[in-house]
Design a protein around this ligand. Structure first.
Ligand code: NCD
Length: 353
């Protein structure tokens, strides 16, 4: 039995299989309409969501399954102080699979370690968002026919934007993918994600737009800022207008995980290069494919895989990590290929005690 915390938990071969399955479902949805009969998905969403939660729910319903939904922290036992670990342990008795969104980085890994059914990370703070990446990858595949040889611009809040963190990791595994990282200095991509990728950085779209095959826009993540002044100063830093689109390639694919605030002018929606609404549709089919895969795997092998690390000399100092609020959780660490020691939950660099 396996959980999906980040897109990197899926191999490139598995991504190919999921794309093929999603396209197959899309071509003939009726063939899958009883595939999850008798199964239940628990949608545990402790942060706002429209697309991710509803597409998970629609996905399970269209597979013939049922949905248990928790959309509001104040109406759950979390508001009484219940831990993520206890919540998912209990939900495992009621549901066959859990999709969870939580404001704390690393919460999904805690859930995966404690649940006895597969957990799908649907966004853990500013950390990861693997199923958005699946939606993004299917969109790229449908528009470009391949993931290799692309110049991919990612623009906006690269520090807190969890969708770009997962997408860059996933795309970097293909041949000849170059990234153009477009953001204000304060919102640059974290170093651990830059590691091993081919990239250049720019503070504005102007000089770089013409070379992009993909332009992935993101909103500035207001809810992750410690103070409102910083958000106000940075909120309008990257805006794509119809005028700027004149400089883009004729087949540039413009993406956005949505919700958009003001970073893409509405007048671009009718441009054939605008792919962001298709992306939202693709997300439902990729979630159907993923639910099917994880439930099949769990049936074949129900044994539980726990991520383990070492404890002792290190401490996680990320204030947004789940271990900062759930203090009974033992902090655990792992040495990464780049030599750094990181928290196994939020992946932030650890400090030696
Ligand atoms: C994204 C998210 O929640 O991270 N939305 C989504 O799931 N489609 C992007 C965002 O909120 O900016």
């Amino acid at each position: 039995m396996r959980s999906i915390i980040d897109a990197l938990d899926l191999s490139v071969e598995e991504i190919d299989e999921l794309c093929a399955k999603a396209l197959d479902i899309m071509a003939d949805p009726r063939r899958y309409s009883r595939a999850c009969e008798g199964k239940k998905l628990a949608a545990l969403f402790y942060e706002p969501s429209t697309r991710t939660r509803m597409s998970f729910e629609a996905a399970m319903i269209e597979l013939g399954g049922h949905v248990l939904s928790q959309t509001d922290e104040s109406s759950s036992s979390v508001s009484k102080g219940e831990s993520v670990a206890d919540t998912v342990k209990v939900i495992s008795f009621y549901a066959d699979i859990i999709a969870m969104r939580h404001p704390r980085e690393g919460a999904a890994q805690v859930a995966a370690n404690r649940a006895t059914v597969p957990v799908i990370n649907s966004g853990d703070g500013g950390h990861c968002h693997p199923t958005q990446t699946l939606a993004d990858l299917l969109t790229i595949y449908r528009e470009k026919g391949s993931f290799s040889g692309l110049t991919v611009g990612v623009c906006g809040d690269l520090l807190y934007g969890r969708t770009v963190h997962s997408l860059i990791g996933a795309l970097a595994r293909y041949e000849n993918v170059r990234f153009v990282l477009i953001s204000p200095r304060e919102l640059r991509l974290p170093d651990y994600i830059k590691n091993g990728i081919e990239y250049e950085e720019s503070e504005s779209l102007d000089g770089v737009l013409s070379k992009l095959d993909i332009l992935y826009m993101t909103r500035i993540q207001r809810e992750r800022f410690a103070n409102k002044e910083d958000y106000d100063r940075l909120k309008d830093s990257c805006i794509l207008t119809a005028e700027k689109m004149k400089k883009a390639k004729p087949d540039c694919c413009v993406m956005h995980p949505l919700p958009r605030v003001n970073e893409i002018a509405v007048s671009i929606d009718d441009d054939p290069r605008a792919c962001y609404f298709k992306q939202a549709e693709n997300g439902k089919y990729m979630r159907m494919a993923l639910i099917l895969k994880l439930l099949e795997e769990a049936e074949k092998d129900p044994s539980h895989i726990k991520k383990k690390g070492f404890s002792g000399d290190y401490v996680c100092v990320n204030p947004r990590c789940i271990t900062a609020t759930e203090q009974e959780l033992e902090q655990e660490f792992k040495k990464y290929p780049d030599g750094t020691v990181r928290c196994i939950y939020c992946e932030a660099k650890a400090r030696k005690k």
